[in-house]
Design a binder for this molecule. Structure first.
Ligand code: FES
Ligand code: FES
Length: 533
């Protein structure tokens, strides 16, 4: 009789041991923790460190920004800014943590702090520790890579997760550009590596143990930390009600904003096998959908959004602006691409693009796997195809080839760090001047991110090797525009009303098509004359 894959024969052995990490120069060991106890709570309430502030407690303002160092895939230290307010402190296991209070002394400031002082980058100072740490992470990245110049755009990007309500950003950006130079200051990569090795986790699944009490506002539960895929699968089977957490950028808000109890947390951030990005020679589902042999990138469930987008950017050059608008740098440094897909939000930024490309999810349960097109994974709002004991091991992103033009557009009230009102992604293959294959994914238009099948049909045969104005006014383009306008029945909500969403989605489709036209026009909002229904 086949064994039930949801019931492992051998439950995984869980070692109870402290969380181990470095705070500044101090080695810290913590045990008996609530699973959602955050880095910020630990810093301010336990460690007596007030150099990280609490503003929004949801990853939006950057007041809590700290720097975390670990080793990249090549074994080199990498320093990243993250939001301490939503990150479980247990996820620091094996890492180095630094706050603005750890990088300099009052009489010997760090170059980032000096630059902020000399360029008048602070007034009330509430945002300043977070801004300093976002800049510090960039400084360290440049220092360790021996890469000195910080351009204005680099600085703007690094500060995408930091709000300042009183200084104004010009002096802060000036400081960012002044902080690097020939007098780099900091620990050598070898010294960092040595410290990281001292706190490196072993191969055994572990937990810091359940809190005995004394953590106000925290419900009971354990932080379960598998180290291998097999351990994860077994823990998932033996703890089917556990909450899978990777970057905690969504789940963290359930705790800080909704005061929800998570129960046991199954943290996948330490599962080595899930941190990989692999190229697969043939993606069967995408090959079948596009009628040609296609490779794909398989992105593991512990790969951060930042790493995933970096790997995807060379293949999707026209989508780089879209990637940059996925939250802020600190959020992208914690959030995972798979987490964004698993979350199933109808306004998630990843799913529309994956759907347009014909992407899929790899579902794992006790050593058995099945692969589903992403469109089949979502059943409805907050409903998906996961079975008991199953989890998403990876997503597959098809690489469609140079003859397929891929674009993704996002409309939101803020450029950075905002949720989409509407997102549209298109993959259009052109032969002899006409669209012969189309993939269109949308967000914000239905209860789940969706494939626009009728619009894809309407695009087939559309002649695009004509001047932009001719394309815009062609009957075929108008038919495709109307198909997109009419295909969904979106909601009215605070971000946009239904009429706006319909028209915006159709105009974004037009924008994608205009990229293919001769003499393609500039495509900034306001420079396109939109079609009216
Ligand atoms: Fe606002 Fe953490 S307190 S991002
Ligand atoms: Fe006051 Fe930035 S200095 S919020």
């Amino acid at each position: 009789m086949a064994s039930d894959p949801s019931s492992p024969d051998t439950p995984p052995e869980l070692r109870v041991r402290p969380v181990r990490f470095w705070h500044g120069r101090k080695l810290v060991e913590l045990e008996g923790l609530p699973p959602a106890f955050t880095v910020l709570e630990w810093l301010r309430e336990e460690a007596g460190c007030h150099a990280a502030k609490e503003g929004c407690a949801e990853g939006d303002c950057g007041a809590c920004t700290v720097a975390v160092t670990d080793l990249d895939g090549a074994g080199n230290p990498r320093v990243r800014a993250i939001n301490a307010c939503i990150q479980p402190v247990a996820a620091l296991d094996g890492k180095l943590l630094a706050t603005a209070g750890d990088i300099g002394e009052p009489d010997a400031l760090h170059p980032v702090q000096t630059a902020m002082v000399t360029h008048h980058g602070s007034q009330c100072g509430f945002c300043t520790p977070g801004i300093v740490m976002s800049l510090y992470a960039m400084y360290e990245g440049r220092r360790l890579a021996d890469d000195a110049a910080v351009g204005r755009e680099d600085a703007v990007r690094a500060l995408s997760g930091n709000l300042c309500r009183c200084t104004g950003y010009r002096p802060i950006l000036d400081a960012a550009q002044a902080m690097c130079g020939p007098d780099w200051q900091g620990e050598t990569a070898d010294a960092m590596r040595e410290r990281l090795v001292r706190v490196a986790p072993g191969p055994q699944a572990w937990t810091p143990g359940e809190a005995a009490g004394g953590f106000d506002g925290h419900a009971r539960g354990r932080f379960l930390a598998p180290r291998t895929l097999a351990q994860l699968a077994a823990l998932r089977a033996t703890h089917p009600d556990s909450r899978i957490v990777a970057g905690a950028t969504d789940v963290g808000l359930w705790v800080t904003k909704h005061h929800r109890a998570l129960g046991d947390v199954l943290w996948i951030g330490g599962v080595s096998g899930l941190a990989a990005i692999d190229r697969i020679g043939r993606d069967a589902l995408a090959s079948s959908r596009w009628g040609r042999e296609l490779p794909c990138l398989e992105i593991g469930a512990a790969v951060t959004v930042e790493d995933a987008w970096r790997a995807l950017a060379p293949h999707f050059a026209a989508c780089i602006d879209y990637f940059d608008r996925f939250a802020s740098v600190p959020v992208r440094n914690s959030a995972t691409l798979v987490g964004n897909v698993a979350n199933g939000s109808p306004i998630g930024d990843t799913a529309p693009l994956l759907i347009a490309l014909g992407g899929s999810v790899v579902l794992h349960r006790q050593g058995q796997e099945r692969i589903l097109p992403l469109t089949d994974f979502y059943h409805g709002y907050q409903k998906n195809d996961l079975r008991p004991g199953e989890f998403i091991r990876a997503v597959r992103v098809p690489l469609l080839g140079a003859d397929v033009s891929v674009h993704a557009w996002k409309l939101s009230k803020r450029v950075e760090q905002d949720i989409s009102a509407v997102a549209v992604a298109t993959a259009l293959r052109v032969e002899r001047g006409r669209i012969v294959a189309a993939g269109v994914g949308v967000g914000g238009m239905a209860a789940v991110s969706s494939r626009a099948v009728r619009t894809e049909q309407a695009l087939l045969g559309l002649r695009v090797d004509v001047p932009a104005a001719t394309l815009r006014d062609s009957a075929g383009m108008r038919a495709a525009w109307q198909a997109m306008h009419d295909e969904f029945d979106p909601l009215d909500d605070l971000r946009a009303n239904a009429a706006y969403r319909r028209q915006a989605a159709a105009n974004l489709l037009l924008r994608s098509c205009l990229q293919l036209a001769r003499q393609a026009p500039a495509t900034r909002l306001g420079e396109l004359a939109a079609i009216q229904p």
